[in-house]
Design a protein around this ligand. Structure first.
Ligand SMILES: [Zn+2]
Length: 717
């Protein structure tokens, strides 16, 4: 997932995150603002003197963020004022490049702050976030709606062909102009005033949504008073549930904590059907209980104000506005991608349900299998059809091995890079590990932080972000982090992953590579600052190497014996790859279509009853299968109400077309080789958004991307 907060055309604080949704901060947002420390003591105010400007986590305190970001906004506005009021006629250097250089403090402090509010939050940080959200929105507007500044950008845009610019500079001018226009620079003063109000309200509401959802998710867990009811769960999961209950003051009981998605991992193994249904019901209803954490009124208002915002900017709905600068271009193109796949996906899901029902019937269950039963019986079907037991696999996927001998190894084979752990840099939590990333010739390319384990202060899901962005103007190299939510192993035990978890590690490092290889001159177009429906391409593409025979053989070894995974087990994993894809595709499509339904509402008709509208939308798009609820229901769809994926959840599918098509190119050219990796690195991974990406892709591939490899991969052909 990618959370983008545009502070100016020049500065994008991009927090790339993946399928990270929902479980956001529970704490009340009314916590007192932290006392302001003396400015001289605030380490965020100056560039870090650690290697590659790594954040000084041993010196940064919660109370430092808000004053540093506020000072950053002040400095940024002063810099922008100087640019806008210059008596010199506008040039690329004194306007566009000057904007790219502005806001250094804000970028630096903001990058660390938003990393912490996602991965290691607390009431003080949440209070700061809530206080800063509207101010940051106003700050963005103050820059984009500055008439003198826009006049200079507009002049340069008109003259761009004759300015002797490099292709990247030309593209940056076009991007800057579009950003100003999309932010409302061409509107009259009255409409701009309304837009400012809407932007400020939107940013407060999205922050409030995130905080309510984290609280609702935390409060929504299911408390169990009898361990017998937990039959089917493994010892580690039961121990974790006991720990969670204890932490919640319910010593001697077990708390099944909710995960961000609708389906809950425990549902695959709980034998007690009543408890399964309780867990599913708790998941589905988590943020619509009529209490302080009910998100529905916030959602209604967000839908309404986004529709109005789009109308002000001349678009029929928010999706049309939002998708206009994406690869898809229009909601129609994005919708078609989704709806074209609905018949095959739902047909497949129905067939899967029939198999599940036959297992229930064969066991004399006497009930119709529903969403709460799906994973439990699907696991049995999987064992029967593929003889594959998830518990059998885990000992071969030990985190450290997967990381070093899998993820880093694959990147070494393809791109020539190496990773070396270092322990001298301060980290924000003892779990966090730091690696130097070197190029083939020994040059250091980046710093890489990994924060692997679940904890209460962390949002759900997994994501990537930058503490420091690659910047060709200042010469900074990327300082990148990956955050995962793996189950913490008991003390002294190795962290064993599922194959899904393993794939996630490859995925997030794919985003990291996109940041690490960035070689642009201008920071606004560096690394992962690309359209949402492109940003998941490098990450999803990197997942493919998890099953590459050479890579797999190098990392999938038994954590105790070091024995490679038996070939027959490997083959089972490969064969089972398309298993349950009917469910997985349908639950994804349902969520993506819900997102489109909410964001294609026209202004004046956007205030809807949340549950009724959701029901209607799912029926309209023919994804209303009772046993296959959306991956995220409206009330806990953090991507679209709390993150930056409004009208953008389709992007995963859009990017998936590219990742499978690109992997097909590797297949056609000999697979995992340095030569192939080099081509991909140069033509895709290093260019950021410094040029038109559809064209860059065509040049890499030699043709338009095709959807066929994706459908084949999902077994939907
Ligand atoms: Zn991702």
């Amino acid at each position: 997932m990618l959370r983008t907060l545009l502070l100016s055309s020049a500065i994008a604080l991009a927090l790339s995150a993946c399928d990270r949704a929902a479980t956001e901060s529970p704490m009340p947002t009314t916590a007192a603002a932290p006392a302001e420390p003396a400015q001289g003591e605030n380490p965020l105010l100056v560039a870090s003197t650690l290697a590659f400007q790594a954040p000084v986590f041993d010196r940064i305190q919660d109370a430092h963020y808000q004053p540093a970001i506020e000072e950053g906004m002040r400095q940024h506005l002063a810099e922008v004022r100087t640019i806008a009021d210059s008596a010199e006629p506008p040039t690329f250097a004194n306007t566009i490049e000057a904007l790219e250089r502005s806001g250094e403090l804000l970028s630096r402090a903001g990058a660390v702050f938003f990393a912490m509010t996602s991965a290691n939050t607390n009431p003080a940080l949440q209070a700061a976030e809530q206080a800063l959200a509207p101010k940051l929105a106003e700050h963005g507007d103050a820059i984009h709606l500055d008439p003198a500044l826009f006049a200079r950008v507009q002049t340069l845009h008109e003259q761009r062909a004759g300015l002797g610019l490099t292709p990247e500079q030309l593209f940056v001018v076009e991007r800057a102009y579009d950003t100003f226009v999309r932010a409302g620079a061409r509107l009259d003063a009255e409409k701009q005033a309304e837009l400012r109000t809407l932007n400020s309200e939107e940013s407060s509401l999205t922050t409030a949504f995130s905080n309510m959802l984290l609280a609702a998710t935390k409060a929504g867990g299911v408390l169990v008073d009898d361990v017998a009811k937990l039959d089917g769960l493994d010892e580690a999961t039961i121990a974790a549930a006991a720990e969670a209950a204890k932490a919640d003051g319910k010593d001697g009981q077990w708390l099944l904590v909710l995960q961000n998605t609708t389906q809950q991992p425990v549902l695959a193994s709980l034998t007690n059907r009543e408890l399964r249904e309780q867990v599913m019901a708790a998941s589905l209803a988590r943020a619509q209980k009529g209490d302080a954490n009910d998100t529905r009124a916030t959602i209604q208002r967000l839908a309404e104000l986004r529709a109005r915002k789009a109308e002000l900017l001349g678009y029929p709905n928010y999706a049309a506005y939002s998708i206009a600068d994406q690869m898809a271009g229009t909601p129609e193109v994005a919708l078609k991608l989704l709806t074209d796949t609905v018949p095959a996906a739902t047909a497949r899901a129905r067939a899967e349900l029939a198999k599940i029902q036959s297992v229930v019937d064969a066991q004399g269950g006497g009930f119709q299998a529903g969403a709460a039963d799906w994973d439990f019986y699907a696991e049995q079907v999987r064992k029967a059809e593929f003889d594959l037991d998830a518990e059998q696999i885990k000992p071969y996927f030990e985190l450290d091995r997967v990381l070093k001998d899998g993820v880093f190894f694959a990147a070494g084979q393809l791109y020539g890079i190496t990773a070396k752990e270092r322990t001298d840099l301060p980290v924000y939590h003892p779990d966090v590990r730091v690696f130097d990333i070197f190029d083939a010739d020994g040059t250091q390319l980046a710093l890489f932080y990994l924060d692997p384990f679940q904890r209460e202060s962390k949002q759900g899901g997994a994501w990537m972000g930058n503490f420091v962005e690659q910047n060709g103007l200042t010469g900074t190299i990327p300082v990148i982090y990956n955050v995962e939510n793996y189950t913490r192993p008991a003390a002294g035990q190795p962290a064993l992953l599922s194959f899904d978890d393993t794939t996630t590690l490859f995925h997030e490092f794919g985003h990291a590579l996109h940041g690490i290889f960035s070689k642009t001159t201008y920071p606004s177009v560096a690394g992962t600052n690309v359209p949402r429906d492109f940003v998941e391409f490098p990450s999803q593409f990197n997942e493919h190497w998890a099953l590459d025979p050479k890579v797999f053989a190098n990392y999938a070894k038994h954590y105790r014996t070091g024995e490679p995974m038996p070939q027959e087990l490997v083959e089972k994993i490969v064969r089972a790859r398309t298993f349950n894809q009917g469910y997985a595709t349908t639950e994804y499509l349902s969520a993506a279509l819900l997102d489109m339904a909410w964001h294609t509402l026209p202004a004046g008709d956007a205030k809807k009853d949340v549950e009724a509208f959701e029901k209607e939308a799912l029926a309209k798009y023919r994804v209303d299968l009772a046993a296959v609820p959306p991956r995220y229901r409206t009330n806990y769809f953090s991507h679209i109400w709390g993150g930056g994926y409004a009208a953008g959840y389709y992007a995963y599918f859009g990017a998936e077309v590219l990742d499978h098509d690109a992997f097909q190119w590797f297949r056609e050219n000999g697979g995992l080789t340095r030569a192939n990796g080099q081509v991909f690195r140069e033509r895709i991974l290093s260019i950021g958004h410094s040029r038109d990406l559809a064209q860059a892709y065509r040049e890499f591939r030699g043709k338009e991307p095709s959807v066929e490899p994706l459908l084949e991969h999902r077994g939907l052909k």
